[in-house]
Design a protein around this ligand. Structure first.
Ligand code: TYM
Length: 334
């Protein structure tokens, strides 16, 4: 195991995780666990930047841990904990609020999307959310951050903040500049109803996404109903790219079948999309249904999930406190 490389990533506990989270992030989390030290955080403080029902939030935190474990994360290999349990995240976030620039935050497209047309009514937390994300990563001096493409801009901001801290306090290389690890074809899994929107927990129609807890029957129905194209499957990527919904299905199929897009097009060109959908539903059921069953099973033993969080928090806290000591010293805090 390479001691210098350290992976950190976070997932918001805002309900059902879906195929986008799975292909864009969780699958990578699991494969990285084999080669590097990894820290995976349930970011409850990020979740409360928009109102969360407290009971639901508590359940969602445990469900996110269950989803981590069900997809293959091993709590004795990777550190798994919830963000609010390690107070260093908020302390460093404050310090970084003083490093980060308003102009930098004003460029964040996710804030613009989430705040909608009435920005005056968005919480201050939602606005400075990317600084907290930088704190999550830099608190552990993480070098690699597996995320989907929607987090790329936030990662770039984290790098800018790290760089400015290193310059301001004259400590070159104190914070490593974290590198995003973004999957190639499934960096942005799109909605099954609209190929121009990303698959998300917040989209109203449940038919827009495959949830990790969906039954075989639900997966089948959703893929059957997914928007595709009335033409046959083309033999080249250029034509496929003109049809975003069709491209999304082919991308998902290529990822799950561990085949290249070219190979999939070779195999499928000239066929109807119903042919692809049937095969895709089979593959997805094979891969996702056992994960969903395992999540439900794990949720039956909440004290086990809580003990994973407790052990994770203890391990995370040791690294966080050690780094914070040095950070306070650099800044001049006594
Ligand atoms: P969150 O909770 O929205 O999503 C968790 C992870 O899933 C990825 N993802 C997707 N990937 C591909 N296609 C999609 N449709 C899709 N939807 C979601 C996200 O890119 C993410 O990797 N701000 C982060 C959480 C966070 C974090 C961090 C991540 C907080 N601190 C530090 C990395 C490092 C978020 O809201 O992710």
């Amino acid at each position: 195991m390479n001691k210098k490389k350290l992976v950190f990533s976070g997932v918001q506990p805002t309900g059902n995780l879906h195929l986008g989270n799975y292909l864009g992030a969780l699958k990578n989390f699991v494969s990285l666990q084999k080669e590097m030290n990894c820290i995976y955080c349930v970011v409850d403080l990020h979740a409360i930047t928009t109102f969360q029902n407290p009971n639901q939030l508590r359940n969602n935190v445990l469900e996110t841990v269950a989803s981590f474990v069900a997809t293959g994360l091993n709590p004795s290999k990777s550190i798994i904990f919830n963000q609010s349990a390690v107070s260093g995240h908020t302390e460093l976030a404050w310090i970084l609020n003083c490093i980060s620039r308003i102009g930098w935050l004003n460029r964040m497209t996710q804030f613009k999307d989430k705040a909608g047309s009435d920005k005056e009514k968005a919480s201050v937390g939602l606005y400075i959310y990317p600084n907290l994300m930088a704190a999550d990563i830099l608190l552990y001096k993480a070098t690699h951050v597996p995320v989907g493409a929607d987090q790329k801009q936030h990662l770039e901001l984290s790098r800018d903040i790290a760089q400015k801290f290193n310059n301001d306090f004259n400590c070159k290389d104190f914070f490593p500049l974290p590198e995003p690890l973004i999957p190639k074809n499934v960096s942005r899994v799109m909605s099954l109803r609209d190929g121009n929107k990303k698959m998300s927990k917040s989209e109203e129609s449940d038919y827009s996404r495959i949830n990790l807890k969906d039954s075989a029957d639900e997966i089948n129905k959703k893929i059957k109903k997914a928007k595709s194209d009335s033409d046959q499957i083309p033999d080249n990527l250029k034509d496929l790219e003109k049809k975003p919904e069709a491209l999304n299905l082919v991308n998902i199929y290529s990822e799950i079948s561990k085949s290249t897009l070219e190979k999939v097009l070779n195999e499928m060109s000239g066929k109807e999309y119903s042919f692809l959908k049937k095969k895709l539903a089979e593959l997805l059921i094979n891969e996702i249904e056992p994960v969903g069953k395992e999540i439900k099973k794990l949720l039956g033993d909440k004290s086990h999930l809580e003990s994973i969080l407790k052990k994770g928090k203890e391990k995370a806290n040791i690294i966080a406190e050690e780094n914070l000591k040095n950070i306070r010293e650099k800044v001049g805090l006594i």
